[in-house]
Structure formats: structure tokens, C-alpha cells
Design a protein around this ligand. Structure first.
Ligand code: SF4
Length: 347
């Protein structure tokens, strides 16, 4: 079994290969800073060490299967990666004026089965390794994609990150490494749909990484319809876990709210959200739904989205309303993979 180098930090690379710490750093820098996976191109390593790497190690487990660039939403790209076992995962890169936001996947598929989500409807296959998560960033945070922009990372792609907790946390530490991409903790956000034990565990991590909670409804009946996990962890339990998190970290959380036409966009929905977000001093991120073929949901008209945001702001809840980005490239999580599977089944 080969050693998967992108799972490891510089110290671990050195230990596993029984080489000097500085050599572990050299290998890590080639992979994470120069994004070179070909051992023959790691020119400051001795020939013997390169031969050993060929014999016992692997790096670059992801292969780019397809890349879509949105002609309408400037700068939005969606990548479909093929893994070494033939499974596929997606990542989305959103380029704006002064920053890029990269959305990473943590699982192949997802068992949570949110009713509006393409990934949930495809079922769960397996967890990603830390290296498979990190490599999505290594492939997409290129000089060409970044330019002078600051990178932001959100764990909001395929999968529920807290159902793959250890790999998620390890991948974050690898992305933050000063010998690698050196992404600042405050520029990384993990988004959970409400895995209460994960939130409690996350509160104990020694960092400033941000937490967001996909809420989508602030009463149990509606939330359980949208997110079946709410039956296990209803809003009262979720609220307790968030309070624990706030007490321990003193960091503001964000509620993600995907706006679904006629489902969670009424003034009554806004009122319930205001009560919950107000009691937890949460920021609210409103996201007009990115339609998924066959699931029956649509985004509300723009003026209703704006009215919903205005209602929150009038109640002193800080809120942002995201622009739709990448509808023309299946940019919602799991859509590209689903489309590929449909095409494969019809061929
Ligand atoms: S929205 Fe997230 S948690 Fe829900 S099914 Fe999709 S990937 Fe899983």
C-alpha cells in the first residue's frame, strides 16, 4: 500500500519516510506551494529520494474529469474530479473582484438526504481522505485562478463535513500550513447541516476557523421536511449545541438559508428566523436556490428575496443576500456529478 503524501504534514512525511525534517518540508512545499505531483520534477531532492518516492508514495490522486466555466456568472468554475477508485466529486470556484471562494467536498455523496439537494438524492458512497479534500484546493487555487485575489475556503460542497470529522479537521490544518497554501483560519468556514456532536467537538478546536449552520427553516416541522437529520437533532438541540460553541469560542456563527419559492420565503418564516438568529446573535446568509433538475424547487423572485433580507435587517439581524452564481453550469452541490451519472446511464 503506497503512502498518500497529501494526507500528511511535513513532519509526518519525514517520519513515514525516515528522512530529515527539512526533506519532509521540501516534499510538502513541492506539492502544496508549487502544486507539483510528479516526483521527477522535485529537482532539489536527491535522485535516491525521488526513486524511493516513486516506489513507496503517491500524490495527486485526483484527476480532472471536467471543468465548466459559467459564461453568465463571471468567474464561476465547477470542477468534477475522478478519484483513484473511479468515484467522482465536485468543487466550485467563485472568482470575484478581490477574492476567490472555493467550495470543497468532504464525501462522495451524502447520507443526510436533504430534499432540495442533488447530492442527497444520489446517496452516500464513502468519505474522502484528507488528501482528497486538500487536492481539490491544490488543483483549483492556481496562480491563474487566483491572480491578486485572496482565497477563501468553504466546506460546503458534497457531503456533511462533520460526518467525516477527522478528515475534515486534518485537511483544514494541511491547508493552513505555513509550508503549504497558508490559508488564514478566519478565511475557512465549515458548514454543517446540524450535526450536533460535530458542533460540540468543533468548539474545542484551537483555531479561529468559522462555523456556519445550514438552517433553511426555523420550525421543526418544516425543517424536518427539508433536512431529515432535524428529526434526530431538532432545533432545540441544535440551539443548545450552538450555545455551547458560542460560550467556548466567542465567535459569531452564520446561518445559511437557501430561499425556496413558496417554501421558506414568507414573512412568517422571516419572523421565526429573526427570533432564532437574534437569540444566538448569528449572521444570516440568504442564498436563492440553484434549481436542480427533477427536484421540484425553484428560487423566489428577486424582489421577494430582497424583501426577506429587508425584514431581517429591520429587525437588526445582519444579513447578506447572495447573487445567483453559476446556474448555467449546475453549480449547486452534486448537480454536475448527477448529470454525469444520468448521461452515463443513458449511454
Ligand atoms: S445539503 Fe449538504 S447535508 Fe444536505 S444532502 Fe446535500 S450535501 Fe448532504
Amino acid at each position: 500500500m503506497k503512502i498518500l503524501l497529501t494526507d500528511l504534514n511535513p513532519t509526518e512525511i519525514a517520519e513515514r519516510l525516515n528522512i530529515k525534517p527539512f526533506q519532509g518540508k521540501q516534499i510538502f512545499r513541492w506539492i502544496h506551494q508549487k502544486k507539483i505531483f510528479d516526483f521527477d520534477r522535485m529537482t532539489d531532492l536527491s535522485k535516491d529520494l525521488r526513486t524511493r518516492l516513486h516506489e513507496s508514495c503517491a500524490a495527486g490522486q485526483l484527476q480532472l474529469a471536467s471543468m465548466s466555466t459559467s459564461p453568465r456568472a463571471t468567474g464561476t468554475k465547477k470542477a468534477l474530479f475522478k478519484l483513484s477508485d473511479g468515484e467522482t466529486v465536485e468543487s466550485v470556484l467563485i472568482r470575484e473582484k478581490d477574492r476567490v471562494t472555493l467550495c470543497l467536498s468532504t464525501q462522495v455523496g451524502c447520507a443526510v438526504k436533504c430534499s432540495f439537494c442533488a447530492t442527497g438524492h444520489s446517496g452516500y458512497t464513502r468519505n474522502l481522505t484528507p488528501g482528497e479534500i486538500v487536492e481539490q484546493a491544490l488543483y483549483l487555487l492556481t496562480d491563474e485562478n487566483m491572480g491578486e485575489r485572496t482565497p477563501n475556503i468553504v466546506y460546503m460542497g458534497m457531503g456533511e463535513p462533520f460526518r467525516n470529522y477527522d478528515a475534515t479537521v486534518r485537511s483544514i490544518r494541511l491547508l493552513m500550513s505555513p509550508d503549504g497554501l497558508g490559508i488564514g483560519a478566519r478565511r475557512i468556514t465549515v458548514s454543517t447541516v446540524g450535526e450536533v456532536r460535530g458542533i460540540e467537538q468543533f468548539a474545542n478546536e484551537d483555531w479561529q476557523v468559522r462555523l456556519s449552520v445550514s438552517l433553511h427553516a426555523a420550525n421543526d416541522e418544516k425543517r424536518s421536511e427539508l433536512i431529515p437529520l432535524n428529526r434526530k437533532y431538532p432545533i432545540a438541540k441544535l440551539k443548545d449545541a450552538i450555545r455551547t460553541y458560542l460560550d467556548k469560542t466567542n465567535r459569531q456563527i452564520t446561518f445559511e438559508w437557501t430561499l425556496l419559492d413558496g417554501v421558506n420565503d414568507s414573512m412568517q418564516d422571516a419572523k421565526e428566523l429573526i427570533a432564532l438568529a437574534g437569540s444566538l446573535k448569528a449572521h444570516v446568509n440568504l442564498i436563492p436556490y440553484n434549481p436542480v433538475h427533477g427536484l421540484g424547487y425553484t428560487p423566489p423572485p428577486r424582489d421577494r428575496c430582497e424583501a426577506f433580507r429587508d425584514a431581517l435587517e429591520q429587525a437588526n439581524i445582519s444579513a447578506t443576500l447572495r447573487k445567483e452564481k453559476g446556474q448555467d453550469i449546475d453549480a449547486a452541490c452534486g448537480q454536475l456529478r448527477r448529470r454525469h451519472a444520468e448521461l452515463a446511464n443513458t449511454n
